[in-house]
Design a protein around this ligand. Sequence first.
Ligand SMILES: Cc1ncc(COP(=O)(O)O)c(C=O)c1O
Length: 391
Amino acid sequence: MSQVQVADRLQGIQEYYFSKKLREIESLNREGKNIINLGIGSPDLPPDPAVIATLYEEALKPGQHGYQSYKGAAAFRQAIADWYKKWYGVDVAPEKQILPLMGSKEGIMHICMTYLNPGDQVLVPNPGYPTYASNVALTGAEAVTYALTEENGWEPDFEKLEKLDFAKIKLMFVNYPGMPTGRAASRELFEKLIGFAKRHEILLVHDNPYSFILNDHPISLLSVPGALEVAIELNSLSKSHNMAGWRLGMLLASEQRILEILRFKSNMDSGMFLPLQLAAAKALTLDKDFHDGINKIYSERRKKVEALLTLLDCRFDKSQVGLFMWAKISAKYKDGYQLADEVLYGADVFITPGGIFGSEGDKYIRISLCGDISRFETAIARVEKMQQAQN
Ligand SMILES: Cc1ncc(COP(=O)(O)O)c(C=O)c1O
């Protein structure tokens, strides 16, 4: 082994929690366990058949296999613009204000690399998607968390935020519907956020991948007038169209911001496979029936998850939306890790401890709605058996 060390920027950056935990689950399974993983939000339902047919038909054509434009295929950008108009009532210019991405996770990194210098500060939600803070740290900038609490309806406490010293704060990440909290987006909140960003001259980055899941009213931050002056929105087909593994997302911003981000992104990758982009364009034309079909299945599973959470003596808000259920643990557990470990080692069921999303999630757990309904039923039976053995 040579003496080569990892770069300083990786100091303090841990392997992604799920990457580590999945290895542990695999090794438990190799020992003969059959762990039911209720942790990860990877949609198990298939994309629409017309989407797969488009991918196949386009891939058969000989002319489709070369490098693609750095700013994405025109047909995909047009489909994104039409989708934003149809569902969110937002006008975006397909030529100038849209950048297709390989998933929104990639966009978070591009934004951080494009705008952050060491020493800059970035507001990130606690609890929130861990990638915001880790990508900020990778640039040498500092993630400053803002608390989201149940008392405050999982929304930022603007009174507290106003008191911050903004000298070094450059960017703020927000995410509604919220992951992991399940808090729905609202027009009022979005207006407040845009006002806040304008007042303090920061760039607001809204991550919006969950607006179609168990949510009747998808909203975009960009529907607030003047939003493009201060905001970027990320969106994705991963959850909305059951295409997480296809890696298809999008970034919407002013022309200036798109050009700035392209200065970084065009040095990173060379565009996406054209048939994928054309299949994504097809997916974005799907109508309400497609989403209703998915949501019917998720709402049936959710009833089972609610039963499981009740069995675990957890408390939860029934109005939450998105791909997960977020629930407060019983006071008899120190934190969500203790409950998750009890269920993992005692019932062979993996659930996510809320603490991985930040300290404000310590007393919570998150259960994913992905997976066949029979898995939830088996999980309930296993937990019941564990509890009987404990009594
Ligand atoms: C809040 C949030 N943002 C972004 C992502 C990444 O999504 P994508 O598959 O589009 O990269 C996830 C995935 O779990 C997420 O939960």
